[in-house]
Ligand binder design. Structure first.
Ligand code: ZN
Length: 148
C-alpha cells in the first residue's frame, strides 16, 4: 500500500500548495471562522446558500497542509450540493479520519486521501476544522468555532 500512500500525500500536498476556491466570497450570505489552537490552523468559510442549496463555497486563512487540503477538497466536493448532502458527507469524512469508517468508504471520492489521518489522532482536528466551520456557517452561528 506504500504507493497508494505516496499518491495520497501527493494529492494533499498539491491541494495545500494550490488550494481550490481560496478567496473571499463577495456574495456570501453565510460565513464562519474556525480555529484549531492545537496546530494554529485558522480559516474562514464563506457560503452562498439558496434555501438548502450550496450555490457557492470558498475559504481563506492559514494552516498546515492537512487542514488546508481538507478545506480545499471540501469546497470542491460541496459546491452545488444540498445542506443535507454536506451533513452526510461530513459524517462519513469524520468516520474516515477517526478510523471508524465502515469498509468501503469509496463514496467519499477524492476525500478518501485523508484515510491516513486516522493513524495520527492529533491531526484529526486539522482535517475536520474546515468541516466544523462549514457546519457553523450553515447554522448561522456568529461566534468563531474552536476545535477545543
Ligand atoms: Zn493543522
Amino acid at each position: 500500500m506504500a504507493d497508494l500512500r505516496d499518491l495520497y500525500q501527493e494529492v494533499i500536498l498539491e491541494h495545500s500548495k494550490q488550494p481550490r476556491n481560496y478567496r473571499a466570497l463577495e456574495a456570501a450570505n453565510h460565513r464562519a471562522e474556525g480555529y484549531n489552537p492545537l496546530c494554529g490552523d485558522r480559516f474562514t468559510v464563506f457560503l452562498r446558500m439558496e434555501g438548502e442549496a450550496i450555490r457557492d463555497i470558498s475559504f481563506q486563512g492559514s494552516g498546515c497542509a492537512i487542514s488546508k487540503a481538507s478545506a480545499s477538497m471540501m469546497t470542491q466536493a460541496l459546491k452545488g450540493k444540498s445542506r443535507q448532502d454536506a451533513e452526510r458527507l461530513f459524517g462519513k469524512f469524520h468516520d474516515l479520519v477517526t478510523g471508524h469508517a465502515p469498509a468501503g468508504a469509496e463514496d467519499l471520492g477524492k476525500l478518501a486521501v485523508f484515510s491516513g489521518v486516522s493513524e495520527f489522532p492529533v491531526r484529526v482536528k486539522c482535517a475536520t476544522l474546515a468541516w466544523h466551520t462549514l457546519q457553523a456557517a450553515m447554522e448561522g452561528k456568529q461566534e468563531a468555532v474552536s476545535t477545543e
